[in-house]
Design a protein around this ligand. Structure first.
Ligand code: SME
Length: 178
């Protein structure tokens, strides 16, 4: 199914998201590793939109976010919770749209091509799992349409992550000697 992933360039942003979301139902699966799903999700978003230079995940561990699967130039590997756009989104547990990265106090420059950015947190049971970070080389590229559909994509991803957590909990329980 992965080989067939395709969204036409000529569609409107909203229609691209609708087709992307439809295709993600086949692309993302608990038959695959979570890390593989995160890698393919970042590639699917990058492939769908022409105006992006970086799409990827940072995963939380203790008080930091660590670089996960991504598409784009090499990036910062560790961001403190509360710092930069990613750390702020994780601290506030809310999506942040940055129309102009030069105007965001404390913005962390990983890729000097980036001019606007959107970060969507992945919150599971009120805890931060990580964030999805998307950058564009153009100013003002993200709006409420991106927020709405990216949050919908993250909802779908959260359902998958929860299934992995259920699997790993039941494996732990199964291997616990009573
Ligand atoms: N700009 C982000 C850092 C990550 S890179 O853009 C990939 C931030 O300020 O948190």
């Amino acid at each position: 199914m992965q080989e067939k992933f395709q969204v036409k360039n000529s569609l409107s942003k909203e229609n691209k998201y609708l087709i992307l979301i439809e295709q993600l139902k086949n692309l993302l699966s608990t038959d695959d590793k979570l890390i593989s799903n995160l890698a393919n999700l970042s590639a699917a978003i990058m492939q769908t939109f022409q105006n992006l230079n970086w799409v990827g995940f940072y995963i939380k561990e203790n008080n930091h976010l660590y670089l996960g699967p991504f598409q784009g130039k090499v990036a910062c590997t560790k961001i403190e919770i509360g710092k930069g756009v990613c750390g702020t989104s994780a601290a506030k547990k809310e999506t942040i749209i940055v129309p102009n990265v030069y105007e965001f106090p404390g913005h962390i420059f990983c890729d000097s091509d980036s001019k606007s950015e959107i970060v969507v947190p992945i919150i599971i049971n009120n805890s931060v799992f990580g964030v999805l970070d998307i950058d564009s080389p153009e100013f003002n590229q993200f709006d409420e349409t991106d927020k709405k559909y990216l949050e919908e994509i993250i909802e779908h991803l959260k359902t998958l992550i929860t299934k992995y957590e259920l699997f790993s909990n039941s494996e732990k329980m199964a291997s616990t000697k009573i």
